[in-house]
Ligand binder design. Structure first.
Ligand code: C2E
Ligand code: MG
Ligand code: MG
Ligand code: MG
Length: 292
């Protein structure tokens, strides 16, 4: 009956809700120990310069390597940690692991590319943010240009004044600041105009949507032209198809990151890839001297 179906559907919904609440409680119960045991690790996704076909850098993406449940996708823990504040601890751990990794590459004389880490919108309000970041760069004694910071565009909407203050101060220290997920927020043009940044990450998921070659394509082309007028380096993220890559080439957007080229991978795999590739880090290294 109709009523029976309706009730059954409600039962499914409550089951879903109950299991997602249980999962959330489990995540919260396990997170501190997981951090202590080193279950949160950075994976690396290469970024390419497709004018030269070479690796230009990498983005560090947190992964939860759970001893029982296997690899937990970011959607299963990042939003929960942003809600309860634990994200600051996770981020600090990822940043430190990345700094340690860069130090090891330098010590071992291995090929080195700059790595970008994600800064949560929550971290923007942490008064210790700058001292934590400068502390890490000093502790591991790495060139600041190798350790880049990504801040999501949607954080601009929440409190642009605070964000400008934080970013300006980090840039004065010499940090390279990237605006992540450009196109996902609703302040896009203002954020390009007002935010003191070194690079913008164009999110194809938002800028192109399903409308690749009509409005989406025109918008993407306009944004790329605008970044050139502003002398602001840009990288396209979420590049999945050869058609997208060709389109990006045709509009002069040379820095790319996406499944078409490579998925995020464990550090060891990335090192093997670096060993086998030629590098082109020119555009992703800040021209200024170390300040810090
Ligand atoms: P994001 O910073 O924009 O990172 C890019 C996301 O897009 C990553 O998802 C990456 O795996 C995925 N991606 C890369 N290429 C493609 C593609 O061609 N197609 C599609 N559909 N996706 C692609 P991931 O690793 O699941 O991370 C999701 C989000 O979680 C990140 O988005 C970032 O906002 C957040 N996140 C990840 N790691 C950290 C971290 O260490 N700290 C903080 N605060 N947030 C993090
Ligand atoms: Mg990012
Ligand atoms: Mg992004
Ligand atoms: Mg994103």
């Amino acid at each position: 009956s109709v009523k029976g179906n309706y009730l059954r559907r409600c039962a499914y919904y409550t089951d879903d809700l109950r299991s997602s609440l249980l999962r959330e409680q489990e995540v919260v119960r396990e997170m501190s120990q997981a951090l202590e045991e080193g279950q949160f690790v950075p994976w690396l996704q290469p970024q390419y310069n497709h004018a030269t076909g070479r690796i230009a850098g990498a983005e560090a993406l947190a992964r939860w390597e759970h001893p029982v449940r296997g690899l937990i996708p970011t959607g299963g823990f990042i939003p929960i940690f942003e809600k309860n504040g634990f994200i600051s601890k996770l981020d600090e751990s990822i940043w430190e692991q990345v700094c340690r990794l860069l130090r090891r590459w330098l010590d071992e004389g291995r090929p080195v590319v700059p790595i970008s880490v994600n800064i949560s919108r929550v971290d923007i309000y942490n008064p210790k943010l700058e001292s934590i970041l400068t502390g890490l760069v000093k502790k591991y004694d790495i060139p600041i240009s190798l350790f880049r910071l990504e801040i999501t565009e949607s954080a601009c909407v929440e409190n642009p004044a605070q964000l400008i203050k934080v970013i300006s101060s980090l840039r004065e220290r010499g940090f390279f600041i990237e605006m992540d997920d450009f196109g996902s927020g609703y302040s896009s043009l203002n954020s390009l105009k007002d935010m003191p940044i070194d690079l913008v990450k164009l999110d194809l998921k938002f800028l192109l949507g399903d409308d690749e070659y009509q409005r989406g394509g025109n918008i993407l082309a306009s944004v790329v032209r605008m970044t050139k007028w502003l002398s602001l380096p840009a990288i396209a993220e979420g590049v999945e198809t050869a058609a997208q890559a060709d389109f990006l080439k045709s509009i002069g957007c040379n820095l790319v990151q996406g499944y078409l080229y490579a998925r995020p991978m464990p550090v060891g795999d990335f090192e093997a890839l670096l060993d086998a590739s030629s590098l082109d880090t020119e555009q992703l290294v800040k021209k200024s001297e170390n300040i810090i």
